[in-house]
Every structure is written in C-alpha cells, then in structure tokens.
Design a protein around this ligand. Structure first.
Ligand SMILES: Nc1ncnc2c1ncn2[C@@H]1O[C@H](COP(=O)(O)OP(=O)(O)OP(=O)(O)O)[C@@H](O)[C@H]1O
Length: 287
C-alpha cells in the first residue's frame, strides 16, 4: 500500500503563517494522533491533505502521484470533519449511500450494526440530529468507508463518555479486521494514548514532535522533591514545565535521563502520560 508524503508544506492566510514548511510521511496501516492547541492548524493541515484547501507552498504525493485534484489518489483518502458536506435534507442512510457511490464497497453490514449499537435511526434527517448523534453518523460513515487513509477531525465532538468508549473499541476492531491508516485529531489526549502509535504535535506552525508514542513516553518524566535538590539534579536538563507546592518542586522533562547520575533519596522520578507530556511541551514552556 502507498505512503502519503507531505513535502515542504506551508500555509498562510494573508500574512499569517499557519503551517511552516512541514515535511513528513503518513504510512500505511498505522494509527496517528495529530495534537495541537486550539488554532494550531490541525484542521487546516487535514483539509489541505484532503484537497479541501490548497497549500501556499509544498506538495502532497501518494507514492509518486500528486494528490491535488487527482481523483484516483483522492479516492484513497477520506476526511471526517465538523463541516457538513451533506445537503440539508439528507438522511443518515444517504451518507452511507454517498460514501458507497464515491468510494465503492461501503460496509453496509457494519454500518447497520453500528447504527444499532450507537442508537442512531438511519432514516433520521441529519438536520434533526443532536450534535453528538450527527458526530456518530459521520463516524459510522468513516469507519465503514472503503478508503486507505481515514482522517478524523475532532471525532468525538459532542459524544458522551459511553459513546466515546464504544467508538474507540469499534475503531480498534475494524482496524484489526482490515488494517488501514487512521489519523485522529483530538483534544482528548488521555483517551487516545493507548490507541495511537505515532503522534505529531503541532506548535508554532511546525511539528515539535513527530515520533512513536512509546518512544516519547519512555523519555517523559516528572521529577519531584525538595526544590534545592530538584534544581541541582535537573540543572543540565531542559525544564518544560514546573510547579512548586510548599517546598516540594515538580519539574517536567521530555528527554532521556543519564543513567550514570546518582538520584538523591528524596528525589522521585515518575513517568508521565501523553496529556501531561503534551501540556509540558506546548503550554508549559510558554509560562
Ligand atoms: N479561511 C481562513 N481564513 C483565515 N484564517 C483562517 C482560515 N481558516 C483557519 N484560519 C486560522 O488558521 C488558524 C488555524 O486554524 P485551524 O482551524 O486549522 O486550527 P485547529 O488546530 O484545527 O484548531 P482547533 O483545535 O481550535 O479546532 C487559526 O488561527 C484560524 O483562525
């Protein structure tokens, strides 16, 4: 299966740079997380990759063919986003039919099963659905469409905890049955930590991280203890974020720690999760 290659992609709105010279690959059969604060440029990036917006500079290739306005290449890509692409009077079943018309081999059996599990009426008009049910209808379409690269922009918008859990389970199930690539852009980072294999963290127009989640987390630490000892122990590290409570200081780092350095008894070093690492890497370093 082909690899998507994004080469020196820049996007400006007027004089405002949104994406600055991004080069990266999206490989087959992998689940990615695209993370970034509000306004970082995640939707813009996904829209450009999916030919719904155009880059100021740069190119996107599926192996050796350009994706821009290339029907065959675009047939392998599907974007589920907040923006509705459907006529107002569409029913849920029309979404499935359109996905079948556009991509072929829509998995209707799975879609019927999922509408039942999520409690969505296939005959319902989209305009009558709540925010959460609209998201569910779009998600079911995305999970059942016949595409090799599926991009989910805010896939859990308006979903309650039970439905989010059901979605994560169904995503894993269909991924195991028919591996393909999923890219999830979401703010619910803790919830996708165990789902995604690789993350891109978009900050200040560029990827500040483009790596496997396990590698990132293997080097993501909270180091705490008496302030003076923490300062001494971390003097050669890049502190991304810190908190002090009474005399106890906690600092956050995302980098390998030297194995040769003696850890004082009063210093505690713990691994942190993806949400905490993300906050340290983005918001933390600004404070
Ligand atoms: N058509 C447009 N014209 C001008 N500016 C735009 C346009 N679309 C997006 N922007 C700006 O580009 C920036 C990135 O927006 P984008 O929606 O891609 O961010 P995001 O990371 O998806 O944000 P969020 O997490 O809040 O959804 C924002 O500052 C936004 O205001």
């Amino acid at each position: 299966m082909a690899t998507l290659k994004i080469n020196q992609l820049t996007k400006r709105f007027g004089n405002h740079v949104i994406l600055d010279n991004l080069t990266f690959q999206i490989e087959p059969n992998k689940i990615y997380g695209l993370l970034g604060q509000n306004g970082a440029g995640k939707s813009t990036l996904l829209n450009i990759i999916n030919n719904r917006n155009f880059p100021t500079d740069g190119e996107i290739h599926l192996d050796n063919s350009t994706v821009n306005n290339n029907h065959d290449a675009l047939q392998k890509l599907f974007l589920m986003s907040e923006t509705s692409m459907y006529p107002k009077r569409s029913r849920v079943s029309d979404m499935f039919q359109l996905a079948n018309d556009g991509y072929g081999q829509f998995n209707f059996a799975m879609a019927h099963r999922l509408t039942h599990s999520f409690g969505v009426d296939e005959k319902a008009h989209l305009s009558n659905l709540s925010t959460g049910l609209t998201t569910i209808a779009k998600l079911i379409t995305a999970l059942c469409v016949n595409a090799d690269f599926i991009f989910l922009d805010e896939p859990t918008l308006g979903l309650d905890a039970g439905h989010r859990e059901l979605f994560y389970r169904e995503l894993m199930k269909t991924y195991e049955e028919r591996p393909r690539t999923f890219v999830l852009s979401t703010h619910l980072i803790s919830e996708i930590q165990n789902l995604v294999e690789h993350v891109w963290i978009l900050d200040h127009h560029q990827f500040i991280r483009n790596e496997d989640v396990n590698d990132l987390l293997a080097n993501a630490y909270a180091i705490s203890g008496p302030s003076k000892l923490v300062d001494e122990y971390t003097s050669d590290l890049t502190i991304l974020d810190q908190q002090t409570l009474s005399n106890i200081k906690t600092v956050y780092v995302v980098q390998p720690l030297s194995e040769n350095k003696v850890i004082p008894d009063q210093i505690k070093i713990e691994h942190i999760d993806l949400q905490r690492a993300f906050t340290a890497l983005t918001i933390g370093k600004e404070n």
